[in-house]
Design a protein around this ligand. Sequence first.
Ligand code: C2E
Ligand code: CA
Ligand code: CA
Length: 388
Amino acid sequence: SFRVDVPAGSVLFHQGDAPTSAFLLESGSIEVFTEQGDAIRRLGVLGAGDLLGEMAVLDDSPRTATARALSDCVLMPIDRKQFAERLDSADPVVRALLLSQISRYRSALAQLYGHGDPQAAAPAAPRDDASALALDKIRLESHLREALDKGELEVRLQPILDIASKRIAGFEALTRWTHPERGPISPAEFIALAEETSLIVPVGDYVLDAVCGALQRLGRQEQGEDIFVALNVSGRQLDDEQLLDRFLAVLHAHGIRPAQLKIEITESLVLDYAQVSRIIQRCHAAGLKVALDDFGTGYSNLGHLHKLEFDTLKMDQGFIRQMHEPRCLAIVRAVVAMADSLGCNIVAEGVETPEQLRALGELGCTYAQGWLIGKPLALDEAVALLGR
Ligand code: C2E
Ligand code: CA
Ligand code: CA
């Protein structure tokens, strides 16, 4: 039921009870007190609109106090599950902060009122795994901030081969972070971490700056097309309306033609198709190239593909890895043909063997990227690879 009537004088819950629900007090007043032997200490009196019993519900611990109606009351119970669900979906850092506050409050209460219950005095919450992970995250985040200040992120360049001409056509920028104590941390991890806060903005700017520096050294070819560098931009980053303008300003300041920068977008839950489509249009208006990354995984939706006018389709490495299987080869062939008829070029990711490269060449795939062509390289190595 939505409402519970509690007559004056009756007890809603006792100190030490297991929590079942919290309550919103709709009308009447309730006193909250602790009992220690004969000593009764009133913690407070609650009135209409107050929430009570939420603390025990949040950390699923026994009630720290007793609640008794001072007058006839009407209450609305709020189920434990309702809070638990919210709490589970909350940012882990926020959750850890909340639980640590509760546990601190509990131990303060225990000391003040002398419950004599060692259980109550021990701050339980911050010791669980979830909180430890959350604190770890905060720690890592400050380290990342510091690494950024010290210039400790390294932007590596993985070569992309034009299969037909056997020339390096461009590179993909892949960011590396070597943590002083933990060693290398995957960009998948630290980019996701940065995305949870505004830290992604300076990280993105840092990477773009490095990419521009690289393009100044790699950019111009004596013959053939200019070298491009592909930059990963997450959905979260693209949500920032000012991002493209900042990109263009930085490119301009470095004297780099926008067409030499290719933005790699991964389909994600952050952006809907209409948004991606608008971003692509804005990129094109500014002269930037756009690639759809990780095609064929996750959210790739053929029903929306025709609305996205990207220049390059990057076929996920999962397909390439299984190309020896006839059915997988059939899919790769179809994807190459589809890209062709959509008028975009195609990059096969994760090319590791000469057999894969040969098969891709026979299918008419434009570009190959992977360890066979080259690992992500330092700028000097990338320059050397171009034979300069
Ligand atoms: P991605 O864009 O799909 O990048 C390709 C990943 O495959 C890279 O992993 C690359 O090192 C790896 N790879 C390349 N060739 C091969 C191969 O032949 N075999 C195998 N097994 N793997 C290969 P990495 O560098 O760990 O990057 C992981 C992801 O992190 C990237 O996936 C990209 O989404 C993201 N990322 C990396 N740098 C940045 C960045 O600066 N900004 C943003 N927003 N995301 C980044
Ligand atoms: Ca990519
Ligand atoms: Ca990819």
